[in-house]
Ligand binder design. Structure first.
Ligand code: NGQ
Ligand code: ZN
Length: 463
């Protein structure tokens, strides 16, 4: 019998309730799982997974263009080199981007993400206009490059066009270097309406909005955007950068009379639709109240380390039941495994302890981290990608059972091998997104052409 394309049999699979044996996954032509059964007998009409199966991860925070400058700011260019001096370099890079180079960079990045185990991405997209700061004739010109790149790579996308208006708290006028980002609330809403019309939503594509930060939008602009967004799409996600740097916290206290996260919790209806990106510098009270809000903390450990942001108090936040997910943000690293490792290692280094993010009920730290990051990422993306269950998208990865870090491990040791070890080949062998195998035996079918186009783009971007 010819194996049916829509059923996969796995000896081991990680379901929402934990590891299960002899699992059959079936999905429909729409790419959604229709049944997930465990302890079934292998069937000769289904494909056989080459190793353990895990749900794909959502990358909840990405600025795709920054992939092309990863590793190019690692020198002392300023005696007090910091996030802010890095941002100057990033702005100079952003000024060179064209629609063609953005597409090439994003497609390369999304293929890298899939191979690393991310099956969805949330794009926090803020370069809207042409190089001279004037709007393109088609306001969706750059957004459409990201939609096309995600489609061509085969990754799920939640596109979050960014509202950016000010260079600092109190409505400070934008800097000339920010001209490509600046938009009115109406322009943003028109963009969203146009995108919904020209590129209708489906399980693999959805829209939300991202007020860039409390530095870049006033309270009034934030109110207006939120109200209009939820009037047309009540469940649309809202992502915002917040409290990433201590300077932002200090400036927020002066301008708003409160720390940024405290202000947001007190002045906006922060709930499950919100994703607070970074939220690094919180008081214990803010941490508890953010956890109680149901919002997702968007943690980006590799970027936060690279930019010298600080350490999020994940131990306190997880103990309070806070929801969270991971993002690769500036893309110095594109690996969910490395983000989770760094998240735990930051806590270990700070506390001089081990297995900080485990608890008595969930002693296997890697398993706890992976499961919570899948759930938080799905919530932040507002798409059906919450794991291997009927009704969810068939987004999953197949591990290499023979990999030296995975061989002969018990179920509860597999994720630890995956997350805390790093040896040899990529342990992720096959990747499925929306039921389509987009990576087969560690290769993506478009990677050759995409890599060539990426290097061509780099040549002009780095010239
Ligand atoms: C961004 N990135 O929008 O790309 C920001 C830098 C800013 C991070 N915060 C710009 N990691 O925050 O003003
Ligand atoms: Zn960001």
């Amino acid at each position: 019998m010819i194996p049916s394309a829509n059923t996969l049999f796995a000896e081991r699979a990680l379901l929402p309730g934990g590891w299960q044996r002899n699992v059959a996954l079936s999905w429909g032509a729409d790419g959604r799982l229709t049944s997930v059964e465990s302890a079934v007998a292998p069937r000769n009409d289904s494909m056989l997974a080459a190793g353990p199966v895990l749900p794909g991860m959502c990358n909840l925070h990405s600025h795709a263009f920054q992939r092309a400058m990863a590793g190019l700011t690692e020198y002392l260019g300023h005696p007090q080199d910091s996030f802010w001096s890095w941002r100057d370099l990033m702005y100079r890079f952003a000024a060179r981007l064209t629609p063609e180079t953005l597409y090439a960079v994003a497609r390369q990045l999304y293929i890298e993400m899939l191979k690393a185990g991310y099956t969805s991405v949330c794009e926090f997209h803020y370069i809207h206009h042409d190089i001279d700061g004037r709007p393109y004739a088609n306001p969706a010109r750059l957004s459409e490059q990201l939609i096309a790149a995600a489609h061509d790579a085969g990754i799920g996308l939640t596109l979050l066009p960014v509202l950016y208006q000010n260079s600092g708290f109190g409505g400070l006028p934008p800097l000339p270097q920010q001209a490509r980002f600046i938009a009115s609330g109406d322009w943003m809403l028109d963009l969203l309406a146009r995108l919904a019309r020209e590129h209708p939503v489906h399980d693999g594509l959805r829209y939300g909005a991202a007020p860039h930060s409390l530095r870049a939008v006033t309270p009034q602009a934030l109110d207006a955007l939120r109200a209009a967004l939820h009037a047309s799409d009540p469940l649309a996600p809202i992502h915002i950068h917040i409290a990433e740097q201590t300077r932002e916290v200090d400036d927020g206290i002066v301008a708003l009379g409160a720390r940024p996260v405290r202000w947001l919790l007190d002045h906006q209806p922060v709930d499950e639709r919100w994703c607070l990106v970074h939220a690094t510098h919180l008081t214990p009270d803010e941490t508890a109240d953010l956890a109680a809000s149901g919002a997702v903390a968007g943690l980006c450990p590799s970027t936060e380390a690279n930019l010298g942001d600080g350490v999020f108090d994940a131990a306190r936040y997880l103990n309070a039941g806070g929801r969270w997910g991971i993002g690769s943000d500036s893309h110095v690293s594109v690996s969910p495994l490395e983000e989770l490792r760094l998240l735990e290692y930051g806590q270990r280094l700070r506390d001089q302890r081990r297995n900080v993010l485990a608890c008595a009920a969930a002693p296997a730290v890697a398993d706890r981290l992976y499961g919570q990051a899948v759930a938080g990422g799905a919530q932040a993306a507002a798409r059906p990608i919450a794991g291997l269950a009927p009704g969810q998208r068939a987004d999953f990865i197949v591990l290499d059972a023979e990999h030296p870090d995975l061989a002969w491990r018990r179920d509860d040791q597999l994720l630890a091998g995956l997350i805390f070890c790093q040896h040899g080949d990529n342990p992720i062998r096959d990747v499925y997104a929306g039921g389509r195998r987009v990576v087969a035996e560690r290769r993506h079918p478009a990677e050759g052409g995409a890599g060539h186009a990426y290097r061509t783009a780099l040549k002009t971007l780095l010239a």
